[in-house]
Design a protein around this ligand. Structure first.
Ligand SMILES: *Cc1c(COP(=O)(O)O)cnc(C)c1O
Length: 407
């Protein structure tokens, strides 16, 4: 290097690789390019996603361009694949990026999808957009009735799309039942497992073929990143989705992936607290005179409580919804009267959040349209965080009193 000019030496600093010790935290490989010693190794890298962090074993193991694979992102993908019991995973820039990667890879124009009726809003909108653009037809089913799923299947049905726990009514689908109907017909089942996380449910164990997460929620866990991930039971399906998603460009970046890996470390601890807090609050809310009904799979009164007990391990999730007796005005006043609990959409972070759909996200719907979406005028959704449950209860109690007070 000594005979080179400063301009050249400035561009080529030494690369320091730890030898004799290993970093404990996940290194962030921010660079998007990797260089090769020979053309054969570079050609091999074009064949598929790098399989080993460090790129030492296997024919297609080298990293070369981060849209196709990056060591930090691969760490996140392999960690989630392991927790879900899948063959491999693919990280995306957001949960919707993951949904898109799967739809784009598996659907062609003229294909048909069977999907649960109550879906995440973005997924619902995407399916209907695909219908308009590319003539992909959709049949919605409740998810509870295997005969309904069987009747919905057509020769060009390419996937069955379900969510483990739905929003905001917390419906729990008995995954093995619809998944086995789809499997008999050779149709893969895709499950959005965002609300349950692999801590509570691993859909691949219950007959699903592909699992999707918005890692923005519980996996990231701190409301400071946007990411998604697709986990596949079959490596060939993973390769197909990977290949398409490198064209779609919906990949995530290494810094986000490192934050998501950090989130995974505390995911089981956080989920335990989310579930414990949500159950305690659901029970106390159900007893309160200002509350007409609580939707939470952990309550015996929940229509799928028995299914939830079978399907979910160690808890029933962090989201619950509450119907207030005072209707729309009470819902709005309740959400606005909370002090510790913050008014915000989304879920999965450490802080408890509240939302009154009728006056915010669903404000354009009248009472009938709301009811069709399974939402009442006085329904509020709580995404329960990991604070001390008594502080949360005190806040909810004072807001219930304020909501009940007519001025
Ligand atoms: C938030 C969410 C998504 C979309 O995820 P983004 O990270 O916001 O793109 C998909 N499915 C469910 C169930 C969600 O809650």
């Amino acid at each position: 290097m000594d005979d080179l000019h400063p301009q050249t030496r400035a561009v080529h600093p030494p690369l320091i690789r730890p030898v004799g010790s290993t970093p404990l935290a996940t290194p962030v490989y921010q660079g998007h390019l990797f260089s090769f010693e020979d053309s054969e190794a570079m050609a091999a890298a074009f064949e598929g996603p790098a399989q080993a962090v460090g790129g030492q074993d296997g024919a297609h193991s080298a990293f070369f361009y981060s849209r196709m694979g990056n060591p930090t992102v691969r760490t996140f993908e392999k960690a989630v694949a392991d927790l879900e019991g899948g063959a491999d995973a693919l990280a995306t820039g957001s949960g919707m990026g993951a949904v898109n990667a799967v739809f784009m890879a598996l659907l062609r124009s003229g294909d048909h999808v069977v999907a649960q009726r109550s879906l995440y809003g973005g997924t619902y909108a995407l399916l209907h957009d695909l219908a308009e653009r590319w003539d992909v037809t959709v049949t919605h089913v409740s998810g509870d009735d295997p005969d309904e799923v069987r009747a919905a299947l057509r020769p060009r049905t390419r996937l069955l799309y379900l969510e483990t726990i739905t929003n905001p009514t917390t419906q729990v689908v008995d995954l093995p039942v619809p998944a086995s109907v789809a499997r008999e017909a050779g149709v893969p089942t895709v499950v959005d497992n965002t609300f349950a996380t692999p801590v509570l449910c691993r859909p691949l164990e219950h007959g699903a073929d592909i699992v999707i997460h918005s890692a923005t929620k519980y996996i990231g866990g701190h409301s400071d990143l946007l990411a998604g991930v697709v986990v596949c039971a079959d490596p060939a399906v993973h390769h197909r989705i990977w290949s398409h998603s490198t064209e779609l460009g919906a990949c995530t970046d290494p810094t986000t992936a490192s934050l998501a890996v950090r989130g995974l470390a505390t995911l089981p601890l956080r989920m335990a607290r989310h579930c414990e807090n949500a159950l305690a609050l659901a029970r106390r809310l159900a007893e309160h005179p200002a509350v007409e009904r609580v939707h939470y799979p952990g309550l015996e009164s929940h229509p799928q409580h028995a299914i939830a007990r079978r399907l979910l391990d160690g808890g029933f999730g962090g989201v619950l919804s509450v119907e207030l007796t005072g209707g729309r005005e009470a819902g709005r006043r309740f959400a606005e009267s909370l002090r510790l609990v913050r008014m915000a959409p989304s879920l999965g972070g450490t802080k408890t959040l509240v939302m009154h759909p009728a006056s915010t996200s669903h404000r354009r719907l009248d009472a009938r349209a709301l009811a069709a979406a399974g939402i009442g005028e006085g329904t509020v959704r709580l995404a329960v965080g990991i604070e001390h449950v008594d502080d949360l209860w005190n806040d909810l109690e004072q807001a219930l009193a304020a909501a009940d007070r007519r001025e």
